[in-house]
Write a protein that binds this ligand. Structure first.
Ligand code: SF4
Length: 150
């Protein structure tokens, strides 16, 4: 069994994996987790075979559709399954995933109309991990919640 405790969204660690190809500033505490070997960076959309940059996508019912009307549900599912497989392989039971993403969001996602409106919901990867007992946090609550619950 490895010492890896978490998977973490790669874009939170400064990797340029976002749909627009931009790198956001890394969250130092998360980068430190990766550097210490406690966390593995993952990007489910890249792992599912989508290119970077790529058109933004949003959840519409049980599908994921991008801004130019292409159904990318299969790539989203494949990426989620790959992240789950990595968790199972390493015995990882916690994930820290970027909020509001159609893959990684765990509390809210955009409403499917590409009008920047958030609704309560979970991204494809967050939902699959939670279905398999992996606890999903985001960049704003992981320290508080993982410390509170051990
Ligand atoms: Fe970040 Fe997740 Fe989007 Fe990849 S799929 S860019 S890790 S939010």
């Amino acid at each position: 069994m490895s010492n890896v405790e978490y998977v973490v969204s790669a874009c939170l660690c400064g990797h340029p994996t976002r749909y627009d190809g931009a790198a956001k500033p890394a969250v130092p505490a998360l980068t430190a987790l990766v550097e210490s070997g406690c966390a593995l960076p993952v990007c489910p959309e890249c792992m599912g075979g989508l290119p970077t940059p790529r058109p933004p996508a949003e959840i519409q019912g049980d599908r994921v559709v991008n801004a130019v009307g292409v159904d990318v549900t299969e790539q989203y599912r494949r990426g989620a399954e790959q992240v789950l497989a990595l968790c199972l392989q390493h015995g990882i039971t916690k994930a820290i995933l970027k909020q509001n993403s159609p893959s990684c969001g765990s509390r809210a996602v955009y409403d499917g109309t590409f009008s920047k409106r958030l609704v309560a919901g979970r991204g494809v990867t967050a939902a699959l991990l939670e279905q398999h007992g992996i606890r999903v946090f985001d960049e704003s609550n992981w320290q508080e919640k993982t410390n509170a619950s051990g």
